[in-house]
Design a protein around this ligand. Structure first.
Ligand code: ADE
Length: 227
C-alpha cells in the first residue's frame, strides 16, 4: 500500500480534502493512506514559528530548514521505498508520466512550501522539487493535493473501471474526445448521430478523429509528441 505523508502548516485542509470522492473511498478501502503532519509540531520555538526573515534582506518570510528536516527525519520509514518531494514553482513540471513513476514507491513525502520560499538547505534532504505548473500559489498545499489525486487514481483498484485507465494510456498525448449522455437533445443541441448508431467501429473512428482534431488545434506541443 502506498503511504502519503504531507508536511504542512494546514494539516486539517489536507485531511479534509482527501476524505471526498475517489480519494476518500480509496483511503477507506486501505488502497492508500494519507497522513498530514503539522509542521509546527516539529519546531522547538515556543511560539511555534516556522518562518523567519531572509538573510540578505528583501520582502517576505522564509520557511526555516530546521522544522522541515526534523519532520522529514521523523516521518521517513527506512523500511520503505521512499520519495521525498518539495512542492515548489521552481520544480520540474508534474506530468502523467511522473504520476505513473510515483506509483512505484511505498512512501511519498510531500513538503508544502509557504511564504516567499523555503530555506535552500532543505533541498539537500529531498529527492526532487516538483511544480504543478507555471504559476505561483500561496503555498504547496493545493499542489500536494493535485499530485496525490493524480497518483492515487493510478493505483490498482482505486478507479473502479480499469478499462477507463487502459483507454487513457492508449490515447496518451491526445486530448479526450467529447462525451455525451442523456438527453439526446438539449435546447436544440443534438448528440452526434454516430454515437446513437450502434456502429462500434464508426464510433471508435469518430472518437479518434475528434481527439486528434482537438489536439492538433489546441495543443500542437502534445500533437508533436503523439506522432
Ligand atoms: N508552490 C507555489 N507555487 C507552486 C507550484 N506552481 N507548484 C508547486 N508548488 C507550488
Amino acid at each position: 500500500m502506498l503511504q502519503f505523508d504531507v508536511i504542512t502548516i494546514f494539516p486539517e485542509l489536507i485531511q479534509q480534502a482527501v476524505s471526498y470522492g475517489l480519494l476518500g473511498k480509496a483511503c477507506e478501502q486501505n488502497l492508500l493512506a494519507v497522513q498530514a503532519h503539522d509542521l509546527r509540531a516539529f519546531t522547538e520555538d515556543k511560539h511555534r514559528r516556522v518562518d523567519d526573515q531572509p538573510y540578505g534582506g528583501g520582502p517576505g518570510m522564509v520557511l526555516q530548514v530546521e522544522p522541515v528536516v526534523r519532520a522529514l527525519e521523523e516521518i521517513t520509514d527506512e523500511t520503505k521505498k521512499v520519495r521525498k518531494i518539495l512542492l515548489s514553482p521552481r520544480g520540474e513540471v508534474f506530468s502523467q508520466v511522473k504520476a505513473r513513476d510515483f506509483t512505484e514507491y511505498e512512501q511519498i513525502i510531500l513538503i508544502c512550501g509557504r511564504y516567499e520560499g523555503v530555506d535552500a538547505r532543505v533541498l539537500s534532504y529531498v529527492d526532487e522539487e516538483l511544480s504543478i505548473g507555471d504559476y505561483v500559489l500561496a503555498g504547496g498545499e493545493f499542489a500536494s493535493l493535485v499530485t496525490l489525486d493524480a497518483v492515487a487514481r493510478l493505483l490498482p483498484g482505486v478507479v473502479g473501471d480499469e478499462a477507463s485507465l487502459a483507454e487513457e494510456s492508449h490515447s496518451q498525448n491526445l486530448l479526450e474526445y467529447p462525451h455525451y449522455t442523456r438527453p439526446e437533445v438539449f435546447r436544440g443541441q443534438k448528440v452526434p448521430d454516430v454515437l446513437l448508431s450502434g456502429h462500434h467501429q464508426q464510433i471508435k473512428e469518430w472518437r479518434q478523429a475528434q481527439a486528434e482534431g482537438l489536439t492538433q488545434e489546441r495543443r500542437p506541443d502534445l500533437w508533436k509528441k503523439s506522432r
